[in-house]
Design a protein around this ligand. Structure first.
Ligand SMILES: [Zn+2]
Ligand SMILES: [Zn+2]
Length: 405
């Protein structure tokens, strides 16, 4: 790995060798871990030949895909409250229905997002849904109520972070198109198939969140294009950063670190995060260390790429304005808040599998997948433009001087 002694990486700009990364499946095959070599990936469906592209050309090609501040706001990205305040605000779109409240209170809504926990605006008399201080009795004055993002139950914690919840019974899978939980194939609404010791929350609530402290941002331009992926664990403070990987446009790993969460871990979320207790036991860096490392090579103009990167930037507590999100680049047919999964996009567009292992997601694999999806998009757009140029040149206007010559 290309780390300097203090964990920082001196990011090199990508050069002409970038041409190789314009062939996502090929590049992926070259980077494949040794144990995966036995199964070469299927050829991507697109027949477009990879084209050489310079860094400048790539930046120009990516610029139209940068999210506007308005779009970032709508997608849940942290934005700076006021210039140079280092305080963030986040707006979380309230999900229209939850799995359980939909069944309990309303007729089934086919437009409801299947996988986003939350509840409808009208079914709580206590206001905020993600977490709400309660003071309606002396006993509850020192507790905070949260919504469990796994089972949609409301549960209480003391302000000191002691979890007063009962065990959490939930489905870890998604809901399929025929309304079955993919984890156990039981119909929607069936009792959970998995049990965890505690309920968990994600640290945000629907609507406005903030002002939030501890955010960092770049102060000067440094150029570059990087893909970021973070893995999080559940702590008493919500989802916290536990592992992060950053790669360059040519697929090179530029930064990777485990991170010590600041609050006690409630659940390592290993199935999805890939983080085991022993991983965090050897983590030495704090969130602040990792922010400093990343701001060693990410500048104000650096293009950051990720899949649903609002989650990553909230966990990283990083304010950044130049972002490309593969969720927005390849939107769901039914529009936001539906999001296509990284796994499905990779299978469909790159012809390769990600997130298939039982050990949880790898931030390195996911960051590379996001980068390759963006390069795939750029490659497709360039190929399309080249085809159009060829077609136009075939229909030159009749020129009598040329014809007479
Ligand atoms: Zn299940
Ligand atoms: Zn729960």
């Amino acid at each position: 790995m290309d780390f300097s002694a203090n964990g920082k990486f001196m990011a090199a700009t990508c050069d002409d060798s970038l041409a190789s990364s314009m062939d996502p499946a090929g590049a992926a095959a070259r980077r494949r871990k040794p144990r995966d070599r036995r199964r070469p990936p299927a050829a991507p469906p697109s027949p477009s030949a990879p084209q050489r592209i310079s860094t400048e050309e790539l930046v120009d090609a990516l610029r139209p895909h940068l999210l506007t501040p308005e779009r970032m706001w709508a997608l849940g990205y942290p934005l700076e409250l006021e210039p140079n305040s280092a305080k963030a605000v986040v707006y979380i779109n309230p999900p229209p229905r939850s799995r359980t409240t939909t069944l309990r209170y309303t007729a089934w809504d086919v437009n409801a997002p299947e996988f986003v926990p939350g509840c409808s605006q009208s079914d709580s008399g206590r206001g905020s849904l993600g977490s709400s201080p309660r003071s309606d009795s002396d006993e509850e004055a020192d507790t905070v109520e949260h919504l469990c993002v796994r089972c949609d139950s409301m549960y209480r914690m003391t302000r000191e972070g002691e979890n007063l919840s009962q065990s959490c019974v939930y489905h870890w899978g998604r809901v399929s198109q025929d309304y079955r939980h993919t984890c156990c194939n039981q119909p929607l609404g069936a009792r959970g198939c998995s049990t965890a010791r505690f309920h968990v929350w994600n640290g945000t609530r629907p609507g406005m969140n903030g002002p939030l402290e501890g955010y960092a941002r770049a102060r000067s331009p440094r150029g570059g294009i990087y893909a970021i992926d973070a893995e999080m664990v559940y702590t008493t403070a919500g989802l916290e950063l536990a592992s992060i990987a950053v790669i360059a446009a040519d697929g090179r790993l530029v930064y990777r670190s485990l991170v010590k969460p600041s609050s006690p871990v409630v659940d390592h979320n290993t199935r999805f995060s890939g983080i085991r207790p022993r991983d965090l036991a050897r983590a030495t860096k704090t969130l602040r260390d990792v922010q400093n490392d990343i701001l060693g090579f990410v500048g104000t103009d650096t293009i950051l790429i990720g899949h649903a990167m609002d989650n990553d930037l909230r966990a990283l507590k990083l304010l950044h304005g130049a972002v490309i999100d593969t969720c927005a680049l390849f939107p769901h047919a039914r529009g936001f808040p539906f999001r296509r999964s990284l796994r499905v996009l990779c299978e469909e567009l790159l012809g390769r599998s990600v997130q298939r292992g039982s050990a949880g997601h790898s931030p390195l694999e996911d960051a590379r997948a996001a980068m390759d999806l963006v390069l795939y998009k750029v490659n497709e757009e360039r190929a399309k433009r080249a085809r159009m140029t060829r077609q136009i040149s075939m229909f030159q206007p009749y020129d009598p001087l040329i014809s007479a010559a």
